[in-house]
Design a protein around this ligand. Structure first.
Ligand code: HEC
Ligand code: HEC
Ligand code: HEC
Ligand code: HEC
Ligand code: HEC
Ligand code: HEC
Length: 347
C-alpha cells in the first residue's frame, strides 16, 4: 500500500513539473493592430469566357442563313460522302479532306478509311473552332495549288478551296498528242467527275489541234468558282452557300456576272446559245467515239481495249466536258475550240 502511495506521489510531482514548464512558455496578450499596407496595382482583366464566341454565335442570324443555304447544296444533300476509303475520302469526306491537309489522314496507307464520314460542311471549308475567334472563318485552303496530271501550280483566289476537290483525278499514262496507243481497262476512262477547275484554266485535258486559247474568264475572274457560284442568290435556292447557278424555276443567277456583263437578259440568252452549241458539238463527237468503238450508242461508259492515243484522248475530253456540267460557260472560247479540234482529229 505504502509502495503504491509513493509511486502516485512521484507521478503527481512529475505532472506538476511538466505543467509548470508549459506555463513558463505561455504568450502574453496580443498587441494593438498595425496600419493597413499600401494597395497593390490592379491586375489585367480576365477575358469573358464567351466574348469571342458571340462574335459568331450572335443574334445577327448570319450562321443560321449560311446553314440554311448549305442545307440546299449538293454538298449537304448528296450521298457521295459514302465514298470514304483511300483517295476517294480526300474529296468525298470532310474528315478525309482536313486530314489530308494536315497529314493526319494518309490515304495511301493500307486500309485507309474514314469512319462516321461527313459530307463537305462548315468544318471542311472553314477553320471553325481552332482558335474560337472570328479568325476561324478563314478558308482551309488558300493560295496556289497543284492540280493532278499537272506540274505547275495555279492560284484560283478563294476558288483554290473548291478546285482542291473539283479537279480531274490522276490518269496514267496521260494521253499526249502523238503518244503511244493507250490501253483502257475500265468503263470510267478519263479524269472522273468534277473536272471544273481543269476546264476553267484549260489544262489537264487532251490538247489536240491548234488555236486553243482561254476565254477572258480565266484571268479576269480572280476568285473563280466563288465569284459566280457564291454571289448573292435567290433565297436558299441559288448562290451563297447553296452554290447553285439556277433557282428551282431554272432562271440563272447573274449576280456574279453583272459587274462585267452589264445586260443580264442578253447574258442569259448568250448562255443559252453557248450551251446549245456545246451540246450539239458533244453529240457530234459522241457519234465518232461510238464509231471508233471506245463507247457505245446510248452510254457514256468506255469499253475496255487498246486504242490509238487520239481516240483515248478524245474520249477523255468528251467525258471531262460532260462532267464539267457548265456546257462551256466556265471557259467559252476554249471549250468550243477543243471540241472542234477533237472532232476534226478523229476519222
Ligand atoms: C468563327 C466563328 C465561330 C466562333 C468564334 C465560335 N463558333 Fe461555335 N460554331 C461555329 C460554326 C460555324 C458552327 C457550326 C454550325 C453548324 O453546324 O450549323 C459552330 C457550332 C458550335 C456549337 C454546336 C455544336 C457543334 O460542335 O456543332 C457549339 C456548342 C459552339 N459552336 C460553341 C462555341 C463556343 C463555346 C465558342 C467560344 C468558345 C464558339 N463556339 C466560337 C462558329 C463559331
Ligand atoms: C471537300 C471537297 C469539296 C470542296 C472543298 C468543294 N466541293 Fe463542291 N462538291 C464536292 C462533292 C464530292 C460534290 C458532289 C456531292 C454528292 O454528289 O454527294 C460537290 C458538289 C458541288 C456542286 C453540285 C454539283 C452537281 O453535280 O450539280 C456544286 C455547284 C459545287 N460542289 C460547288 C463548289 C464550290 C463553288 C466550292 C468552293 C466554294 C466547292 N464546291 C468546294 C466536293 C467539294
Ligand atoms: C480529286 C477529288 C476526288 C477524288 C480523289 C474522288 N472524287 Fe469522286 N467526285 C469528286 C467531285 C468533286 C464530284 C462531284 C462532281 C460534280 O457533281 O460535278 C465527284 C463525284 C463522284 C461520283 C458521282 C456522284 C453522283 O451521285 O453523281 C461518284 C460515284 C464518285 N465521285 C466516286 C468516287 C470514287 C469511288 C472515288 C475513289 C476511287 C472518287 N470518287 C475519288 C471528286 C473526287
Ligand atoms: C464548300 C465550302 C464551304 C462550305 C461547306 C461552307 N462555307 Fe462558308 N464560305 C465559303 C467561302 C468560299 C466563303 C467566302 C465567300 C465570299 O467571299 O464571297 C465563305 C464565307 C462564309 C462566311 C462569311 C460570309 C460573309 O458574308 O462575310 C460565313 C459566316 C460562313 N461562310 C459560314 C459558313 C457556315 C456556318 C457553314 C456551314 C453551314 C459554311 N460556311 C460552309 C466556303 C464554304
Ligand atoms: C470578271 C468579268 C466577268 C465575269 C464576272 C463574268 N464574265 Fe463572262 N465573259 C467576260 C468577258 C470579258 C467575256 C468575253 C470575252 C471572252 O470570252 O474571252 C465573257 C464571255 C462570256 C460568255 C461567252 C459569250 C459572250 O457573251 O461572249 C458567256 C456565255 C459568259 N461570259 C457567261 C458568264 C456568266 C453566266 C457569268 C456569271 C455567272 C459570267 N460570264 C461572269 C467576263 C466576265
Ligand atoms: C463565269 C462564272 C462561273 C465560274 C467562274 C465557275 N462557274 Fe461553275 N457554272 C457556271 C454556270 C453558268 C454553270 C451552268 C449552270 C446551268 O446551266 O445550270 C455552272 C455549272 C457548274 C457545276 C454544275 C452544277 C450547277 O451548278 O449547275 C458545277 C459543279 C460547277 N459549275 C462548279 C464550278 C467550280 C468548281 C468552279 C471553279 C473551278 C466554277 N464552277 C467556276 C458558272 C461559273
Amino acid at each position: 500500500m505504502k509502495k503504491v502511495n509513493f509511486f502516485m506521489m512521484m507521478l503527481a510531482t512529475t505532472l506538476l513539473a511538466s505543467f509548470m514548464f508549459v506555463s513558463c512558455t505561455k504568450e502574453g496578450p496580443a498587441g494593438v493592430a498595425g496600419k493597413d499596407g499600401k494597395d497593390g496595382e490592379d491586375g489585367i482583366n480576365g477575358t469573358d469566357g464567351t466574348a469571342t464566341c458571340i462574335q459568331c454565335h450572335d443574334n445577327t442570324q448570319g450562321l443560321a442563313a449560311k446553314s440554311l443555304q448549305w442545307e440546299k447544296s449538293l454538298h449537304a444533300t448528296g450521298d457521295a460522302f459514302a465514298r470514304n476509303t483511300a483517295e476517294c475520302a480526300v474529296c468525298h469526306t470532310s474528315q478525309g479532306f482536313r486530314g489530308n491537309l494536315d497529314g493526319s489522314y494518309d490515304w495511301t496507307a493500307e486500309g485507309a478509311k474514314i469512319t462516321n464520314p461527313n459530307p463537305p460542311n462548315c468544318y471542311t471549308c472553314h477553320a471553325i473552332h481552332e482558335t474560337y475567334t472570328p479568325a476561324d472563318i478563314a478558308l482551309t485552303v488558300s493560295g496556289a495549288i497543284t492540280l493532278r496530271n499537272l506540274t505547275e501550280t495555279y492560284d484560283f483566289g478563294k476558288g483554290s478551296l473548291c478546285a482542291s476537290c473539283h479537279q480531274g483525278r490522276t490518269v496514267d499514262p496521260f494521253p499526249v498528242v502523238g503518244g503511244a496507243d493507250i490501253t483502257v481497262s475500265n468503263t470510267r476512262y478519263g479524269v472522273h467527275y468534277g473536272s471544273q477547275s481543269n476546264m476553267f484554266i484549260g489544262k489537264g485535258l487532251f490538247m489536240v489541234g491548234d488555236g486553243l486559247s482561254n476565254s477572258l474568264h480565266t484571268t479576269m475572274i480572280t476568285d473563280a468558282c466563288v465569284t459566280c457560284h457564291m454571289a448573292p442568290g435567290y433565297g436558299d435556292q441559288s448562290g451563297g452557300h447553296a452554290m447553285w447557278m439556277r433557282n428551282e424555276s431554272g432562271s440563272l443567277n447573274t449576280a456574279g456576272c453583272v459587274a462585267c456583263h452589264t445586260d443580264a437578259a442578253a447574258l442569259a440568252a448568250d448562255v443559252t446559245a453557248l450551251q446549245a452549241e456545246v451540246t450539239a458539238l458533244l453529240a457530234e463527237l459522241k457519234l465518232k467515239l461510238d464509231a471508233a468503238g471506245i463507247t457505245a450508242a446510248g452510254s457514256d461508259y468506255s469499253i475496255a481495249g487498246t486504242y490509238p492515243v487520239t481516240v483515248a484522248g478524245a474520249c477523255l475530253n468528251y467525258r471531262a466536258i460532260v462532267y464539267d456540267k457548265s456546257l462551256g460557260v466556265h471557259n467559252p472560247t476554249f471549250v468550243v475550240k477543243l471540241l472542234q479540234n477533237t472532232i476534226a482529229a478523229l476519222p
